[in-house]
Write a protein that binds this ligand. Structure first.
Ligand SMILES: *[C@@H]1O[C@H](CO)[C@@H](O)[C@H](O)[C@H]1NC(C)=O
Length: 745
């Protein structure tokens, strides 16, 4: 690594931006050049060896394959942008500590969003809240806001319980330097006190946490708030019989007011401010989902704490590092470059991923390579969680060089009742009417993946962003652990990205002349995910079918044209494997990730593309998606053993099973036919098709297992097998009237 450090007036900078050694960059560019040359040769081969029209099926297959290869080539060029020039950031929090007194540090508002008490149980939510309340940061500068879009009184109750527990938990964390500071995660990991802890205190706290869990869960189960007198005053009276989650006035409850020093922890120290908010919901008013609640939080917090730094995190992603705020501040407070920075995005990491994960969940290449490259183009994307923002930039300020941030905090009033009343008026449905909220201010409305678009808009206004990926991860969330959940999630994202790419929010249009071309391309890598579906589906079906019928589509092994094909395949896959290993994946995880790529491309991406086309043509959406079910304990056991979870009937599974069966049939009958009629020389003529077919079969092994061998409830249902079989059978026996041809080259 060659460090590049700028010093400002003799003071060392608060963060450094490092680039990998030049040699590595040049080597990669050279490699990319050879692959590009190979691609051109492949295209040339396709153009010069086009079979005559009269060959019918073969002509069509050839045209399709050429189109697919053109697309893959184009897409590969796009992905070059996320390999070109990575940068790695390093923060120096100890310099920050030396340079700023505690009372000079800016206030930080932390937003936690939850939307559904069944999918996101209150215990999960308050574990996240407690983990961010316990950040190693002056409590009077720390303000935590929970937005509850379900408007559920049990969530407020859980938060009230958390505020009581925090009085013990926060001093305990600070005294013993506990990590991580989510009590649930901490006690799940440690079953005996560490040497540094007083065992009595440790066990008492563990017991207290268990009581808290039991109390909250029993209230969640019964839906009844206890009648205890101290619960009466805490704002629960704002609910009545008419309150439903879709129809209620705005509710704001300040559970702890850090400014007022009335509430202190058991050691007498101040506590961070803690606020519950359920914005107003009315049946006839559009609520704009998470974007709407974030914007309401921005306004509500502006009258209560108005901190210049805002951090937002999803309720299932707890803080795994109590120093993250200070790390992030190194970027904002750097004298030289801090003024340019609008947001600092942390990567998404998962707590529950097992070794050699069957779904290829560890997204190390994305976190360690793709994102540093986006950062290198000056524009890491914002993905809605684990991100620190400058309030000004988020609220629509246009970047200007000589603008100086004001870090002081101004409180409108000291009266809590008055504050709550003011805050409620800002969380009403009508407040945003005829304003720029959701257009220029705050998080964008009216487009899918509003987070990404919001980040892009901020960059288009001239701001820079930072991707910060420390070795010890700042936030840990939960990865989905069933194939259905993953495919559905990806369908949603892919569909959103494609819609963006085809709309006026496309990075090429929105970012035209505002951000670098490389960054526009980088954004488009995800933007065009969906369009990979058709070429991929084509590539894993047609060449195999043609092989079954003895129809050659690739150069023979002895032909010089064979070389570019072989080179591209070998080079691309070895490069991807090496990258994965370098980024910390295992070889098995890489292999599993390849399988997931195939599955996603032929199912999620395909349905996303089809649904987008249908919507553009004004036809209603297919509603193909299957509903994600909560993973049961048997399923999570299977996940730990590396067994893929299917379970229910879904169109996506049918596509996957059909492709798997088709290739199996083509391989078995195709090889048999060639050996029977031509001997091994016949295989040489069709070599690349054989390889392709065999690879598809090998990578689909878990599918055959789920179809034929497994007996557990996560297997592929017989109905899926039946439908796939009915599709594969005619495909395999009908086209034998196609004339058998040997490629004349
Ligand atoms: C989370 O934090 C703990 C320390 O509390 C650390 O040991 C662990 O490596 C962190 N997890 C990740 C994924 O970085």
């Amino acid at each position: 690594m060659a460090g590049s450090s700028v010093s400002s007036g003799g003071r060392p900078p608060l963060f450094a931006t490092e680039k990998p050694a030049r040699v590595a960059a040049y080597a990669y560019r050279l490699f990319a050049g050879t692959v590009l040359a190979g691609l051109l040769l492949v295209w040339l081969y396709r153009a010069t060896h086009l079979p005559p029209r009269s060959s019918g099926a073969r002509w069509w297959a050839w045209i399709g394959l050429s189109a697919a290869e053109l697309w893959f080539g184009f897409y590969w060029v796009l992905t070059l942008s996320v390999r070109w020039s990575p940068v790695y950031r390093r923060a120096f929090p100890d310099r920050l500590t030396r340079r700023y007194k505690e009372e000079e540090l800016p206030g930080v508002d932390i937003f936690v969003c939850t939307a559904d008490p069944t999918l996101e149980p209150p215990m999960l939510v308050i574990s996240t809240v407690l983990s961010v309340m316990a950040y190693g940061y002056p409590p009077e500068k720390l303000n935590i806001y929970l937005s509850d879009d379900a408007g559920s009184v049990t969530t407020l109750y859980a938060l009230y319980e958390a505020s009581e527990f925090a009085k013990h938990w926060i001093p305990f964390c600070k005294k013993y330097k506990v990590e991580p500071r989510s009590p649930a995660a901490y006690f799940a990991r440690a079953d005996s006190p560490p040497d540094t802890c007083d065992p009595k205190e440790w066990f008492a706290l563990k017991e207290m946490h268990k009581d808290l869990t039991d109390r909250v869960n029993s209230v969640v189960d019964s839906g009844k708030i206890p009648e205890a007198p101290e619960c009466k005053v805490r704002g629960f009276t704002q609910w009545n019989e008419d309150t439903t989650y879709r129809d209620h006035p705005s509710i704001v409850q300040i559970l702890i007011d850090g400014n007022q020093r009335k509430t202190a922890d058991i050691d007498g120290n101040a506590l961070p401010t803690l606020v519950y908010m359920a914005r107003e919901k009315r049946l006839h008013e559009h609520h704009h989902f998470k974007a709407g609640s974030l914007n309401a939080l921005i306004r509500v917090s502006s009258v209560i704490s108005n901190s210049p730094i805002i951090m937002n995190v999803d309720c299932d992603m707890y803080s795994n590092n109590s120093g993250s705020i200070r790390d992030a501040l190194c970027f904002f407070l750097d004298e030289e470059q801090g003024q340019d920075i609008a947001f600092v995005q942390y990567p998404q990491n998962f707590e529950n991923v097992v070794h050699d994960d069957i779904y290829g969940n560890p997204i190390n290449t994305v976190n360690e390579l793709d994102h540093p490259c986006l950062d290198g183009w000056g524009g890491m994307c914002y993905y809605g969680t684990g991100c620190f923002h400058s309030r000004e930039a988020l609220c629509g300020r246009i970047y200007s060089q000589d603008y100086n941030k004001d870090w002081r905090m101004v409180r409108k009033t000291e009266e809590v009742d008055e504050l709550e009343r003011l805050a409620k008026s800002l969380a009403t449905c009508t407040h945003e009417h005829n304003t720029l909220w959701g257009i220029e201010k705050g998080v964008r409305y009216g487009c899918p993946l509003e987070d990404v678009i919001t980040g892009l808009q901020i960059q288009c206004r001239g701001w820079k962003s930072v991707y910060y990926n420390p070795a010890r991860k700042g936030f840990l969330g939960m990865a989905p652990t069933s194939l259905g959940q993953i495919l559905v999630q990806h369908k949603r994202w892919t569909e959103g990205f494609l819609q963006i790419s085809l709309s006026k929010y496309s990075p090429f249009l929105l970012g035209h002349r505002k951000i670098k071309l490389g960054l526009q391309m980088g954004y488009s890598v995800c933007g065009f995910w969906a369009l990979n579906s058709f070429p991929t589906l084509y590539y894993v079906t047609i060449p195999s079918l043609c092989f079954l019928n003895g129809m050659s589509l690739f150069p023979e092994m002895t032909s010089p044209w064979f070389l570019p094909f072989a080179y591209i395949v070998v080079a691309a896959y070895s490069c991807s494997l090496v990258e994965s290993l370098q980024c910390g994946d295992t070889a098995v995880e890489w292999w599993n990730a390849q399988r997931m790529w195939l599955f996603r491309r032929i199912s999620s991406y395909l349905l996303a593309a089809i649904d987008t086309i249908r919507r553009m043509m004004g036809i209603s959406e297919s509603g193909f998606a299957l509903t994600a079910k909560v993973t049961d304990s048997e399923a999570s056991e299977r996940y730990k053993k590396g067994v893929m979870e299917f379970g229910s009937f879904s169109v996506m599974f049918v596509i996957i099973a059909t492709v798997a069966l088709l290739n199996l049939a083509c391989m078995v009958f195709g090889v048999a036919r060639v050996l029977l009629y031509e001997g091994t020389t016949g295989l040489g003529a069709l070599f690349l098709q054989v390889v392709l077919c065999v690879l598809v079969v090998v990578i689909n092994f878990p599918v055959y297992e789920a179809l034929f061998l497994r007996k557990d409830s996560g297997r592929l249902p017989a109905s899926v097998g039946l439908v796939s079989f009915c599709v594969v059978l005619p495909l395999c026996i009908l086209p034998t009237n196609m004339r058998y041809e040997v490629d004349q080259m």
